[in-house]
Ligand binder design. Structure first.
Ligand code: FES
Length: 652
């Protein structure tokens, strides 16, 4: 009872320990989160702590330092080699001498919080599936014959309480040289295992492995594939990169890829090979950027929509092209990189998040993981806008999900002057309610078209078309300026008072920009374009409205727009269009690439994988195709903003 008292901050955990107890030992006994890769041998420096207060102050020495054993040779060696922040000690070397308060700085905590990016809704706490462990292995002995692997397993069990460890043949092949080169001291990368598979030794390095290990969070979209390379020890994103999905050449949108596979023998296999090859090219690019070897990448998490999911796995997406849209599996998958032809570490693991339903994929599950509607007190509608919009509506009580076939109009496809978001594309629009003249911004410049210097600013790109967010603003502004009526018809010059309304067949088009004099295109919005946007926005709105019906509400508390496109949409214009339900504008936020964030969470925290699996099981799936109410909502929602539902908040 008279042993010194050791208190750890920030956890507040405390206990009495005999004089001479290493701080690391005390921390472990109390369950304090203090990192160690070398197991207290003074090699890894992961255990750094700061003594902050000791009970017996002496003149000339800080009280805290006095409550610990003196600075020792191991720390001296580490400090002279690497340097150490003033006042820090190695937790495995410093021993208890008197009552002391020990602060564990964030970088010494295993389960540290990862620094959050601005748009991210939740914090990420480190709990990766793969970790490093340094061990000293007993040398072989003629009198006690046993294999090197058995002795390594024994060391990992004794020194790290790791049991039941599997090993791949490639890792086994490198085991004996590593053990001998390291003088029977090695660092192992161990996958800690999960409900789905047993723990595994993935790599053995001779001696202390003084470098990090990495993981990939991949968002496999139908248009682009984006990846974040993360340090599995610090949680930092060390590089981010993206490429176009090479499957584009088999079809712009998902359904055309599904029909390609239906119409062409071996078509699905071709697309599988293409996406995997693209993925490997992306991995080369990202590893090159971070200056690491691809073989240092030990874990990867993938999120994607159901069709991409099947094509990536080498499963024909045929069934997803027809009712009842059965998935091969909706469960999460634990696979190896090798079986997917991914050139990472030979033992690297791949985790795919579960799919929610036939049209609501692992990407929507990742959005759910990142936005956590099931933890929200207020009712939140999360909309991932794409060619297939995925919607989640929920709060603590329940979460509903559906998808809605918006088509590619929001990506600028099937719009006469539509284009992808790229330099030269109109992305912001305002139309003067009196003159009916537009002014706009083009990707690549910060100036409005009416400002001085605009012509010079866009000299290299020109004005080439209208991107998805631009077309939404355009149509909404046309409606606000009275160029367009509620049913979606562009008025004549007599009705609108502007010559920009030009007769085009039997309907009118609105002239935005006539660049023909400079050899550029003539950019107009036709009545057909308006139709496309009406269909797309009506589909999106009807999906949201259907979920609201099922929830038994007629308004939502807040709306989150997810996805790269969602980040660019102006909430006001989306609401003027009646694309999303009426809500206070300050309650409509953008979550950026929420699917990518969800993938990163699952990569860095293994328990988040179990969490999302449970959440997905609990989500109520709503199939829009069989809901008669969907059609009804769709018809009403074709009007701008809506034929029957007022938008009181927007109009107030
Ligand atoms: Fe590795 Fe202290 S535990 S240096």
């Amino acid at each position: 009872a008279n042993d010194p008292l050791v208190v750890f901050t920030p956890s507040g955990k405390r206990g009495r320990f005999p004089v001479g107890t290493p701080i690391l030992t005390a921390a472990r006994q109390l369950g304090v989160d203090l990192d160690s890769v070398c197991g207290g041998r003074g090699i890894c420096s992961k255990c750094q702590i700061t003594p902050s207060y000791g009970e017996f102050p002496k003149h000339g020495v800080t009280a805290a330092a006095d409550a610990l054993s003196d600075w020792n040779a191991v720390e001296e060696r580490y400090k002279s080699k690497r340097g150490m922040i003033e006042g820090r000690r190695l937790g495995c070397q410093a021993q208890v001498r008197g009552d002391v308060v020990i602060d564990v700085p964030p970088e010494s905590q295993v389960h540290k919080q990862v620094v959050r990016k601005r748009a991210e809704a939740r914090e990420i706490v480190m709990n990766p599936a793969v970790k490093l462990f340094y061990v000293e292995v007993v040398e072989p002995d003629m009198h006690d014959p046993s294999g090197d692997l058995e002795r390594l397993r024994g060391a990992l069990a004794d020194q790290w309480q790791l049991s039941d460890l599997q090993i791949d043949l490639t890792t086994l092949q490198s085991l004996q040289p590593a053990l001998r080169k390291g003088g029977w001291k090695v660092t192992c990368a161990v996958h800690l295992g999960s409900r789905a598979y047993r723990p595994r030794i993935m790599q053995v390095w001779p001696g202390f492995h003084d470098a990090s290990i990495y993981g990939l969070a991949v968002d496999l979209g139908s248009t682009t594939i984006a990846a974040h390379l993360c340090d599995l020890q610090s949680g930092d994103v060390v590089a981010s990169s993206g490429i176009m999905n090479p499957q584009i050449r088999y079809g712009e949108d998902l359904m055309s890829r599904v029909s390609y596979s239906m119409m062409n023998k071996g078509g699905a296999d071709e697309m599988t090979a293409a996406v995997r090859a693209g993925m490997n090219a992306l991995f080369d690019q990202i590893a090159g950027e971070a200056e690491i070897a691809k073989t240092d990448i030990l874990d990867a998490v993938f999120v994607c929509n159901p069709v991409m999911h099947h094509l990536f796995l080498g499963i024909d997406p045929f069934e997803l092209g027809q009712a009842p849209f059965a998935l091969a599996t909706s469960d999460s998958l634990n696979l190896t990189a090798a079986e997917l032809d991914l050139q990472l570490h030979p033992s690297a693991r791949v985790y795919l998040l579960p799919c929610i339903a036939g049209h609501v994929g692992a990407d929507a599950a990742a959005v759910a993981l990142s936005e956590a509607p099931e933890k929200s007190d207020d009712l939140v509608l999360v909309v991932d806008v794409g060619t297939n919009a995925e919607l989640l509506l929920g709060n603590r009580d329940k979460v509903l999900a559906c998808s809605s076939p918006t088509g590619p109009a929001f990506e600028g496809a099937q719009i006469s002057s539509g284009q992808r978001a790229a330099p030269g594309a109109i992305e912001r629009v305002e139309i003067d309610p009196v003159t009916k003249d537009p002014r706009f911004k083009v990707i690549g410049s910060d100036l409005w078209s009416t400002e001085d210097g605009f012509a010079e600013a866009i000299a290299t790109t020109g004005i080439t078309g209208i991107c998805g967010s631009g077309i939404i603003e355009m149509v909404a502004e046309m409606r606000l300026a009275g160029i367009l009526d509620g049913p979606g018809l562009i008025g004549s010059p007599a009705q609108t008072g502007t010559d920009r309304c030009i007769l085009d067949g039997r309907t009118y088009s609105y002239l935005v920009w006539d660049g023909t004099a400079d050899g550029g295109p003539r950019i107009t919005v036709t009545n057909r374009d308006i139709r496309e946007i009406q269909m797309a926005k009506a589909a999106l709105y009807s999906g949201a409205r259907l979920l609201m019906d099922k929830f038994g509400v007629d308004k939502v508390d807040r709306i989150v727009l997810a996805g790269a496109f969602g980040a660019h949409i102006s909430p006001k214009h989306a609401m003027v269009l009646g694309m999303i339900p009426d809500a206070p504008l300050d309650k409509v936020t953008s979550a950026g690439n929420a699917a990518g964030t969800g993938a990163r969470i699952a990569l860095l925290n293994q328990s988040a994988r179990e969490e999302i699996e449970a959440t997905v099981r609990a989500i109520h799936k709503v199939e829009t195709a069989i809901e008669p109410r969907f059609q009804e909502h769709f018809v009403n929602a074709s009007n701008i903003p809506n034929a029957v539902e007022p938008f009181p908040i927007l109009n107030s």
